[in-house]
Design a protein around this ligand. Sequence first.
Ligand SMILES: NC(=O)c1ccc[n+]([C@@H]2O[C@H](COP(=O)([O-])OP(=O)(O)OC[C@H]3O[C@@H](n4cnc5c(N)ncnc54)[C@H](OP(=O)(O)O)[C@@H]3O)[C@@H](O)[C@H]2O)c1
Length: 333
Amino acid sequence: MAAAVFGRKVLRSVKTSVNRSWFHGGGVLQQSGSGPPQAGFFPPAEGAMLPTGSFNNRVAFITGGGTGLGRAMTATLSQLGAQCVIASRKLDVLQKTAEEISSQTGNKVHAVQCDVKDPAAVSRCVDQMEALTGLPDVIINNAAGNFVCPSERLSPNGWKSITDIVLNGTAFITLELGKRLIHKQKGASFLAITTIYAESGSGFVAPSASAKAGVEALYKSLAAEWGRYGHRFNIIQPGPIRTKGAFSRLDPTGAFEKAMIDRIPTGRLGTPAEIANLAAYISSDYATWMSGAVIRFDGGEYVSMAGEFNELRRVTPDQWKMMEEMIRSTKGS
Ligand SMILES: NC(=O)c1ccc[n+]([C@@H]2O[C@H](COP(=O)([O-])OP(=O)(O)OC[C@H]3O[C@@H](n4cnc5c(N)ncnc54)[C@H](OP(=O)(O)O)[C@@H]3O)[C@@H](O)[C@H]2O)c1
């Protein structure tokens, strides 16, 4: 009887302090401050990982290459010797990025306007690229759109606009380039940038989750089908990496950033340079045996959210001592 009362008290104390730390310590309403201390164990390296010249005489085509992660991937590929072609809707943004990267690396970066939703525009874009550089050796489907929205507030237009960019846009680019490459008997590496919730689904971003899952199905299908033409297809699922495009539409108040960092076992967000190095490796001659791979790159966020007992991270050593006593004192079932 005494043990049971003790047990209830301990349980209440554990629950209270766990709840307190959830709502106030790591709670979703807290603004970002300094991250968890373990981040110090996992400092990001910034420089290009592959040897200089790894992409000499190669052409890389990157959709959405003017901003964010696409810009970082373009900068790394260009630094490693590639001639890059970047494509998206805003030509002025693309041109500025192209000039900046090219002036740093000394390698040409071409800006081509293209709305990937429009198959005719995609075809014109590829015509333009063929005239500028020839067909590419590396294709990175990175362009995307997304916004957070309760699904009961979603309009058909909202659904269509995201799925048109992400799924149809990736399909139009991949099919247009794939057919021309097959015709010319030229091999290539295709890489798609998806997201960790392509696998799990996620509330409040249902169109993006559905479209990214479709992109993964497309890439796995083509990895099986087009190896015979010299084409590889791989996927990176990034976790959160701060870019203006992503964070302004997914966390417009900034309120969720700390909660996000708190659940990442490596204690920090990713950096654009880290994903650029991974993308460069996957697209390089060092990875010619890699096809059909889906690489989750998220500091451990996905598994951290998935494990049913992971919230026990919040239990302190003293609370563990009390819990152990409770468990040991339990008799029967
Ligand atoms: N940052 C993250 O935390 C994160 C996490 C998971 C996955 N991702 C993925 O990483 C990729 C890059 O995202 P980001 O964070 O770098 O955001 P971003 O800077 O907003 O990049 C999106 C790019 O897509 C282009 N784009 C949008 N609609 C287009 C269209 N209809 N036609 C052609 N291009 C279009 C945009 O350029 P224009 O406006 O000029 O068209 C922009 O350059 C996306 O696939 C995203 O889903 C990012």
